[in-house]
Design a binder for this molecule. Structure first.
Ligand SMILES: [Zn+2]
Length: 219
């Protein structure tokens, strides 16, 4: 009997000392989509109150995540430098699969393919489309004007999703909210995403980031 005690002790010791965060801790891995969303929002509260916990950083975390990634969340956000996704959710390495483009439009295979990869291969539990206040991409789409080359194409993609706001320069905030809502609809129209939502394995939400307060609000 005694010969089993040593391996059991070693196993317990390794489990408690390997740096793996346990349920309930800031860096914990969520078990449900609701819990995953809560982890993001809890992190945002810490960010806003300047009480960041900076979970899952450092060489130990790199060692854990180097063999493979298992992020619990995906965020489709804007490339805007004022919307740094991991920072504003107070998360670390390997936590969030981030897809950023100017204006966070999901049109085209580059973005939707990334969404599918996050959902289908990585198994993220929550997917946020994160629009933000004072978004230059959406503002350019609304105010119109001539934009050459690829920037023009990008703005045209945004305009196609909110045609009712093109030329309505006094309703930028409404246009940003509507644009985010349309992106959520488009993500949900993806069959793989819809299936995961139906199975209760994925939560898809639209959200808004306030560049003044740092707050993320879920629509
Ligand atoms: Zn933006």
């Amino acid at each position: 009997m005694k010969k089993y005690l040593i391996p059991v002790f070693v196993a317990l010791f390794a489990f408690s000392c390997d740096g793996t965060e346990q349920k309930g801790e800031v860096g914990a891995t969520p078990e449900t989509p609701a819990e995953a969303l809560e982890l993001l929002l809890d992190g945002n509260k810490r960010y806003m109150s300047e009480s960041n916990a900076h979970p899952n950083l450092g060489m130990q975390r790199l060692g854990q995540t180097a063999p493979h990634q298992e992020p619990f969340a995906a965020v489709v956000g804007c490339s805007d430098s004022r919307v740094p996704v991991e920072l504003l959710f107070d998360r670390g390495v390997g936590d969030i699969f981030v897809i950023r483009t100017a204006g966070n439009n999901v049109g085209g295979d580059m973005v939707m393919g990334s969404v599918e990869y996050a959902v289908g291969h990585l198994g993220v539990q929550v997917l946020l489309v994160l629009g933000h206040e004072s978004c230059g991409g959406v503002t350019s789409a609304v105010t119109g004007g001539e934009h050459a080359g690829s920037v023009g194409n990008l703005i045209h993609c945004i305009q196609q999703d909110i045609p009712e706001y093109v030329g309505v320069a006094d309703q930028i905030d409404e246009a940003i909210a509507k644009h985010t809502a349309v992106q959520v609809e488009e993500v949900l129209s993806n069959s793989l995403v819809a299936q995961k939502v139906k199975e209760g394995k994925l939560l898809v939400k639209g959200a808004h980031y306030d560049v003044n307060s740092g707050e993320v609000k879920i629509y």
